[in-house]
Design a protein around this ligand. Structure first.
Ligand SMILES: *Cc1c(COP(=O)(O)O)cnc(C)c1O
Length: 414
């Protein structure tokens, strides 16, 4: 079976015939050539960190060398085009304006700058779902402690995605924010971010999307999604350097979100007694930063755009579907992904061993996977009776052959 057939098979319930533009074998071969690690291992931990991409890695190394030979400030001036390219690339990735993008050290702080920038009042309500990321949820709980806000946790629908009717019904005059995780860190689920956006828009609610796992995995378009704020990381499906991330804040809500911290990048000091915030999303940045990382992430994003996010996304979803299909035939393996639409994250458990043991055994065969723990998914995994699950996350540079080898190794253990 072809990868494209599998994607159609998985979407058969939707009863649509789809033309699925995917990457050619030649594209995949070229991507593997640009991925130094593929010769040594099977990397199915792209939801943890995407395996390093040579052009991004080279850009980081070159900039670090430039800092060593020119001086750090001088290297930044010399490479200002690379720093600017970060904004234009990220804007092209999500369909925003470049000045609506901020460079932030990771996705968590990016999300925090938006969330803690909202002036919550006592009794305000936040709507969220069971896919929400651990760090976001503990921030809700902290805000609940500080400001006495309420959290409305929306149940899953029958398919396991956020229940849109329940979301609509949960909106009250006190509702302030809809906060959604697009693709959770612990499941193949792709939440219907566009439908949520439509509901948020008609109720005139602020909408904050955690796109940490979706950026680089599937196409993102903020015009279609309709979110006001969106956060992402560099190191996962975008395959940029660690210690990098970004935040999108729409011009439309810029004045409603007060940066919780400011510095000489985000504000101009006007005189002894006054300052003004800079006019764009740069007000959420700090001046000091990992410049080489910013340049490297811009290169990684440009690389993905070069191949086309639609084609990359289709391949990732198809490989995820292939992995699920093949795993479902292995005795003793139980799949745990939910959702009407699923991506490249595949979660499962193996009878007779803990997820940590499965991970260790795969690791001894040079296969990288991760373990998602219930303690990082308190509103999801424990409610499904799961302490933890094995997480195998595929990227476009992975191959059908790697999946076959993975399943064979796993089957031998099971
Ligand atoms: C990894 C992850 C984050 C946090 O990203 P960092 O860059 O590590 O801060 C946030 N949300 C989701 C859904 C994630 O998977």
């Amino acid at each position: 079976m072809q990868v494209s057939d599998l994607l159609i098979a998985e979407n058969a319930k939707l009863k649509v015939i789809m033309i699925v533009p995917s990457l050619s074998n030649q594209d995949v071969a070229a991507m593997r050539d640009d991925t130094p690690g593929v010769g040594q291992l099977i990397h199915f931990n792209n939801a943890g960190t995407g395996l390093a991409l040579r052009p991004a890695l080279d850009a980081v190394k070159e900039h670090l060398d430039l800092e060593a030979t020119l001086g750090g400030y001088e290297a930044a001036s010399a490479n200002s085009a690379g720093m600017d390219a970060f904004y234009t690339s990220l804007a092209a990735l999500i369909g925003s304006k470049p000045h609506e993008i901020a460079y932030i050290e990771n996705a968590t702080r990016a999300w925090d700058m938006a969330f803690y920038g909202i002036d919550f009042r006592e009794g305000d309500r936040i709507i969220t779902g069971r896919a929400e990321y651990v760090s976001n949820y503990v921030a809700f709980l902290q805000m609940k402690k500080r400001k006495n806000i309420e959290i409305d946790l929306i149940e899953d629908d029958a398919n396991g995605q956020i229940d849109l009717a329940a979301l609509k019904a949960a909106i009250t005059p006190k509702t302030r924010l809809v906060a959604l995780t697009h693709i959770p860190t612990f499941s193949g689920l792709i939440n219907p971010a566009e439908d949520v956006g439509e509901i948020a828009r008609s109720a005139k609610l602020l909408y904050l999307l955690d796109a940490c796992q979706s950026a680089g995995q599937i196409p993102l378009n903020i015009g279609e999604i309709g979110c006001h704020m969106l956060s992402g990381t560099g190191r996962k499906y975008l395959r940029g350097p660690r210690g990098t991330g970004f935040l999108y804040v729409s011009d439309d809500v810029l004045d409603q979100i007060e940066p919780p911290f400011i510095d000489l990048q985000s504000a101009n000091w006007l005189d002894d007694n006054s300052y003004e915030l800079v006019p764009h999303a740069m007000r959420f940045e700090t001046w000091e930063r990992y410049v080489a990382g910013q340049i490297g992430l811009g290169v990684a994003v440009g690389y993905a755009i070069g191949y086309g996010m639609e084609r990359i996304g289709n391949r990732i979803c198809a490989l995820g579907a292939q992995l699920r299909t093949e795993l479902s035939a292995v005795k003793g393996v139980t799949l745990h992904d939910k959702g009407a639409r699923k991506g490249g994250i595949v979660t499962f458990t193996v009878d007779g061993e803990t997820p940590a043991q499965t991970q260790a055994r795969l690791s001894s065969a040079q296969i990288n996977v991760s373990v998602s723990k219930g303690t990082s998914a308190q509103i999801d995994l424990p409610h499904r009776g799961l302490d933890s699950v094995v997480r195998a996350s595929v990227h476009a540079f992975n191959t059908e052959e790697e999946i076959e080898r993975f399943v064979k190794v796993l089957g031998n253990m099971a």
